[in-house]
Ligand binder design. Structure first.
Ligand code: 62N
Length: 867
């Protein structure tokens, strides 16, 4: 018989029951508006606190609340623009309005007993929250008005918010866009993540080199979060396993002598767009257990007690800043397990608060979407909780697990596939290792049954990679334990089925599906580009904000000369804005009339920032040789962070900066060519950059970029893409038409066919432009005072084994750039292409992506709020 999770096994009292999840906020009927009514249904010890009327959404009321918080909570009298207090007071005023919706959404979730989705992710790259919250609540104008009465500019207040940089790049930002779309679609989705004390590092550029600095983003507090100590969970680490036979003759397993850590949730409200829904992002923070501290303290070992506290809190201290290369660090595995266990326990406890110990319907009412393999240990942890803590049998537990887990893959790069040493698991998570071994044994039996005697296949598919140091293949664990496996763009999903996961797709074809990524048009058009947003709304109405397919109606305006003029006017204003910022950041002046040619994304060899540099040097060389008459003035803008341990990526940053310095200090280049490295690129930087871009660089080696999402943000804001047939570029080109996309480079099949007989030296020698570029770089022209700094970078281009085949695509890239150049000279036609790009971006909203997930994977009913 099942017992309540945690009653004895977790050593703490039942943390939540109907009352705590059910603190009712009721305000509809005025006769109910007293405080402290006793609720009949609530039972003993439960007092319903009835809510006062909703706060009005007027400038007057917002000003009143601002004043209240500024004076009475923050204890200030004078407004100083650069202080954090005005920002904080606005957030508190806005938060009051979110709280009302948050409570109603929670009530509706319980009442409707919806199927719920838990989005498990080690990263949520939220950026700033204020402008988005005001937009979604529909009080931006009112708040602007309230602040202006105090002499405050709302934009200045926005700027005071620090980015919540709890992610590396696309994967983390995707999770944030998903939350916005799910709330807007009223989908019952809760995000589970980690409240890192330090987010993505800040990047400083020193003599062209990247220098990493910590990101103490919580230093002044994070006014959006609500700490929920009552939902804390206990997480076990270390120790050993034992077993015994219970009174019914069943073998039971115990995980004992563990070092426990508490997981404390902090909730962040996620408002939908003007639909009164408010979902939750629940971020877990690690804390030492009280018992742990006290024991050591009483033993007189204060130092050890403090050390234990530090060790516990270390788990959520810092985000690992690696994108696309995992580096098997133990603390990272602890983070993964910490997130998985806390989130699963939370879901189980919520289930128990409604259904007691009857888990019959659990799998029908819960889905866990795994954001890559980072939280894939959840497969084994759910088994452990169901079997060890809830005393379920293996088959029933496996049925529940396999009906609730769904896995999204975000990469084909072999170096990014997580594998954890078996030895590390044995030390850190011994009970989970046993469970994984059991999952594997049963899985291998299934393969043997289907393919008798095929030991090679077993070796290939086993969850354990054998060898000197046996490893657990997390992607395989995720596939075996899930009912759905999806890629993030059509091409990527095909390559998963045909390549990386071929054996699994043969075994379980029904599991594999595609969900092409998107971005939220609320942040990435409505909020970040108000000029364009207003122009679009004047032309086609504002339905596009919640239904981006409507943006296709812009096509009717693409040839309208007056509309084109207004479109250009907005783009120019956005370029002026970015140009000012670039000058502030780097001291370089960038004339806004130039073509803004932009590549911003994490630094990685497969993304080929180097190819962009080769083109920059080519333009520089042409202008110097007097061959630049046809060239339109161009500003090449590159931004992005390199993982601190990724030497080649860091050297590429140095190379970009040095080439930029030579170009920008050459008087001949002035007004013709500028090159800028945008320091500390992050979400807020993109909000400034993408509205100002003319040309969007999406130039990865075909087959390497799973999807890309920056490509979609640029397209939405009217930039034209120069790109390879990689990731979502394929679908972007299909949507916008080949005339409105600058295609170049080998396709996936051609890249594969060229492996083995790729001769970069021959390619360079046969191309005089390429030869001159490489010669200039190799001559030390860009590193006069630092001989040899680019040797590694330059050598990689000449390497026949270069996986990124930069040289193979040089000629076709330069030709595509020439087509872009020619197109930019025809101002009207460029504007037309720009409008058509925005008009074709309808498919690339995460609203569409989330509908696809929900229709084909989650099958959750939308939240219905009480009217
Ligand atoms: C991106 F585990 N991936 C894709 F530590 N990964 O590159 C991009 F090794 O093509 C997609 O558009 C995007 O996902 C959304 O689907 C990505 O951003 C990481 O950030 C990452 C972080 C950590 C690891 C691996 C990858 C680690």
């Amino acid at each position: 018989m099942a017992t309540r999770l945690g009653d004895e096994s977790l050593g703490n009292k039942p943390l939540e029951n109907r009352s705590s999840e059910n603190t009712s906020l009721e305000n509809r009927s005025s006769e109910n508006r007293s405080l402290g009514n006793r609720s009949d249904k609530a039972g003993i010890g439960e007092i319903e606190l009835l809510q006062s009327p909703d706060r009005p959404m007027t400038a007057d009321a917002i000003l009143e609340d601002f004043t209240h918080y500024f004076g009475r909570l923050l204890g200030r009298r004078t407004i100083r623009t650069r202080s954090p207090y005005p920002y904080q007071a606005v957030v508190f005023a806005v938060r009051d309005r979110l709280m009302e919706r948050w409570g109603k959404t929670r009530m509706a979730l319980e009442r409707n007993n919806n199927r719920r989705v838990a989005y498990l992710s080690l990263e949520f790259l939220m950026g700033r929250l204020l402008r988005n919250a005001l937009l979604n609540l529909g009080v931006e104008a009112e708040t602007r008005e309230a602040l202006s009465r105090l002499g405050l500019e709302i934009e200045e207040v926005y700027e005071r918010e620090l980015d919540a940089g709890l992610g590396n790049g696309g994967l983390g930002r995707l999770a944030a866009c998903f939350l916005d779309s799910c709330a807007t679609l009223s989908l019952p989705v809760i995000g589970y993540g980690i409240r890192y004390q330090y987010g993505m590092f800040h990047q400083r550029i020193d003599n062209g080199y990247q220098v990493e600095e910590p990101d103490p983003w919580l230093r002044e507090g994070f006014p959006w979060e609500v700490k929920r100590f009552e939902f804390a969970k206990r997480i076990k680490f270390g120790g050993r396993t034992t077993s015994y036979v219970d009174s019914r003759g069943e073998t039971r397993y115990l995980w004992v002598d563990t070092h426990d850590v508490m997981a404390i949730p902090y909730d962040v409200p996620i408002p939908g767009y003007r639909n009164d829904v408010c979902n939750t992002l629940r971020l877990w923070s690690a804390a030492a257990t009280d018992a742990f501290n006290l024991e050591e303290f009483n033993a007189g070992d204060y130092g050890d007690a403090v050390a234990a506290k530090n060790e516990a809190e270390n788990i959520t201290m810092v985000l690992y800043p690696n994108a696309e290369t995992y580096n098997g660090q133990e603390l990272r595995l602890k983070q993964q397990y910490f997130l998985a266990s806390a989130s699963l326990q939370d879901t189980i406890r919520f289930w128990q608060s409604l259904h007691g110990d009857d888990f019959a319907g659990f799998a029908d009412k819960n889905v866990f979407q795994l954001n890559d393999t980072h939280p894939a240990i959840a497969v084994a942890e759910l088994m452990r909780l169901l079997i060890d803590e809830l005393h379920m049998g293996w088959d029933e537990a496996w049925d529940i697990t396999g009906r609730t887990m769904a896995y999204t893959n975000h990469t084909l790069l072999p170096e990014a596939l997580e594998k954890w040493p078996v030895a590390m698991f044995r030390r850190l998570l011994p009970r989970l290792l046993e469970i994984i071994y059991e999952i594997n044994a049963r899985f291998i039996a299934e393969i043997s049954h289907r393919w008798p005697g095929d030991s090679e296949r077993i070796r290939r598919m086993s969850l354990i990679q054998e060898g000197d140091e046996p490893m657990i293949r997390m992607a395989y664990l995720a596939i075996v334990g899930s009912f759905s496996v999806n890629g993030v763009a059509g091409l990527h999903s095909r390559l998963l089925r045909e390549g990386l996961f071929r054996d699994f797709a043969e075994l379980w074809p029904h599991k594999f599906n595609n969900k092409t990524n998107g971005v939220t048009q609320r942040r990435w058009l409505a909020a970040c580009n108000p000029g364009l947003s207003d122009l679009i709304t004047e032309a086609i109405g504002d339905d596009w904000v919640v239904d981006l397919s409507q943006i296709g109606r812009l096509r009717d305006h693409a040839d309208d000369r007056e509309f084109q003029r207004l479109w250009r006017h907005v783009k120019l204003a956005n370029k002026v804005r970015l140009s000012r910022r670039l000058t502030e950041l780097t001291g370089i002046e960038v004339p806004p009339a130039m073509m803004f040619d932009v590549q911003v994304k994490r630094l990685h060899e497969y993304k080929r920032q180097l190819l962009n540099v080769l083109h920059a040097v080519h333009l520089y060389d042409r202008i110097r040789r007097g061959d630049g008459d046809e060239l339109v003035p161009r500003a090449i803008i590159i931004g992005g962070k390199a993982a601190p341990g990724y030497a080649m990526a860091k050297r590429t940053i140095k190379c970009i900066n040095n080439v930029a310095r030579v170009i920008n200090s050459d008087p001949i280049m002035a007004d013709r060519l500028r090159m800028i490295f945008y320091p500390d690129y992050n979400v807020s930087a993109m909000e400034l950059i993408c509205p100002a871009a003319d040309l969007s660089e999406q130039i990865s080696t075909a087959g390497k970029e799973a999807s890309g999402t920056g490509n979609m943000k640029f397209m939405m804001n009217g930039a034209i893409t120069i790109g390879t047939l990689d990731g979502a570029n394929v679908e972007i080109r299909e949507a916008v038409g080949e005339d409105n996309f600058f295609l170049f480079g080998l396709n996936v099949e051609e890249v594969q066919a060229m492996r083995g007989h790729y001769r970069p030296d021959d390619i360079i020698d046969a191309d005089s432009d390429f030869s001159r570029v490489v010669k200039l770089l190799e001559s030390g022209h860009f590193n006069r005072f630092e001989p040899g700094v680019f040797d590694d970078v330059l050598r990689s281009i000449r390497e026949p084994s270069d996986p990124w085949m930069t040289a193979a695509d040089f000629r076709s890239y330069v030709d595509a750039q020439a087509r872009a150049n020619a197109a930019f000279r025809d101002v009207d036609d460029w504007t037309r292409k720009s409008i058509l790009n925005t008009a074709a971006s309808g498919r690339f909203s995460t609203d569409r992506t989330m509908r696809d997930y929900n229709d084909e994977i989650w099958h959750a009913d939308p939240i219905v709020l009480e009217v």
